[in-house]
Each structure stands twice: as C-alpha cells, then as structure tokens.
Design a binder for this molecule. Structure first.
Ligand code: KIV
Length: 256
C-alpha cells in the first residue's frame, strides 16, 4: 500500500518510527523505495549533491521539477515530497500556491516541503493545505537562510529554543502534516516531539523524534562535505573509484 501523509500521523500514535531519506534521480529512489523507505524527499540539497552548487540557494523551480519527475517515476510505495526551492514561495501566498501547484501537477509527487514557520510561513501553509496540498514544515537549521544563520546548530539560547517551539506549533496549527527538525539539541527535539500531535522528522535533532531523515549522499559516503551529525553507512566513493580504476586498467590493456 502506498504511504500517505495521514499514515504518518497514525504511525506517530503507534510509536512506529518514520524512515525518510532524500533522493534526486530514478535509480537511487527506486533502490530507496525497494529497501523500505517510507518518505522520499526530493530535497533542495540536490543542488549540492547532484548539481554541484555551493548551497541550496541557486536551485530553481524548474530544476526541482525535473528531478521530482525522475524520482516519482520510480517510486511505488513511499510518500514522495518535493522541496520548494529558495525564492519560489517566500514572496507571497500567491507565489507559493503557483509554485506548489506546478510541482504537484508536473511531477505527480504527493506534497511539498518549505522552510520557516511563525509568522512568515503560516498563511502560506494554511492556504496550501486549504487547496489540498499536503505540506511538510522545516524548522531549526534552515539551509535556505544560510546567510543569516550559517550552518550552526540552532536552539542553543532560550530565545532561539522558544522561537523554534513556537514555529513548530504554528506549523501544526496551520495544517502541516509533519515537521522536519534540523540540527537542534536532542532535548529540544524531544520537547517538540512531545508537544506536537503531528510527527517530527529529525536530522541532527537527537533520537527522540518520530522519524529520521538523512541526505542520502551523506549516508552512502558520496558527499564532498557532510554535516557532523550524519552517520555514514557505506563508502560508495571508494567502491566507485575502485571499480572505475579497474575498468580503466582493463580498457588500457584491451582486456574487456
Ligand atoms: O534538502 C534536504 O535534503 C532537506 C533535508 C535536510 C531534510 O531539506
């Protein structure tokens, strides 16, 4: 049975952890889906891991849609969500509606993710949900605000903690189906997870969230730079380099 956004809520109630990863192309997302990943995010981190940009900021809506289509074509079971890239939703509710409708229509994915919370994004989330688009929130470290926040852990000061809690609550009230908590202290992840009815999906937010997401390139050892909290499960860089070196040797020796 394909996973739905309502299913995630049910899993939170049952204490069943939500397994999430990012993807950017057909081959990778097929493998993630077959391995049992519940939520596949076409995250704007693809700007760095697939397109070689320095940050997520240059990514365009057309680029996200291009990658979203490829991912959606391969996934049979997982819930596929696409990030709205920087500049495609912050200007107005109307702009966000236009961008989200394009993503949903052109890719076939089941919802969108956007960064930020109270007050900036609340009207936007409410409107998207009103017109039937599931929204995944994202608070804590929000990489689209890198020039303001850097990539530092958020929620260290009492003011910052309070702001993140308020943002998460406001996103739930606005109708978000879940919230990503990125790079915050573990006890803050716990507090927000206990406060919200909707699921929290952590990345560098400790082990108390309702689910966990990682950038798949980090998990597979493919990233040039990885965040300190990302656990590496394989060294595919080494595997690929070794295989290609062997191929180079074979071809050089006409041994194919
Ligand atoms: O773009 C992305 O990969 C993300 C994850 C860090 C959650 O937003």
């Amino acid at each position: 049975m394909p996973v739905t956004s309502q299913q995630l809520l049910q899993w939170k109630k049952e204490g069943r952890p939500i397994i999430a990863l990012t993807a950017w192309d057909f081959t990778l997302s097929r493998l993630l889906d077959e391995a049992g990943v519940d939520l596949i995010l076409v995250g704007d981190s693809l700007a760095m891991v697939a397109l070689g940009y320095d940050s997520t900021l240059p990514l365009t809506l057309d680029e996200v849609i291009h990658h979203g289509k490829a991912v959606q074509r391969s996934v049979r079971r997982g819930l596929v969500i696409c990030d709205l890239p920087f500049g495609s939703y912050q200007e107005s509710v109307q702009q966000a509606v236009q961008s989200a409708c394009r993503v949903i229509k052109e890719t076939g994915v089941q919802g969108v993710k956007l960064e930020g919370g109270y007050p900036a994004m609340i009207d936007t989330v409410q409107r998207l949900v009103q017109i039937g688009i599931p929204v995944l929130g994202h608070v804590g470290l929000t990489p689209q605000s890198v020039h303001l926040l850097g990539y530092r852990q958020q929620g260290r000061s009492p003011e910052s903690r309070l702001r993140i809690v308020e943002e998460a609550i406001a996103l739930e009230q606005a109708g978000a189906f879940a919230v990503v908590l990125e790079h915050i202290p573990s006890d803050l992840g716990l507090e927000i997870t206990q406060t919200l009815t909707i699921p929290t999906i952590g990345i560098g937010a400790g082990c108390h969230c309702d689910g966990q997401i990682l950038v798949t390139a980090d998990l597979l050892g493919l990233s040039v730079k990885k965040p300190p909290f990302a656990k590496v499960y394989a060294d595919l860089s080494q595997v690929v380099t070794h295989a290609v070196q062997q191929y180079c040797q074979d071809v050089a020796q006409k041994n194919w």
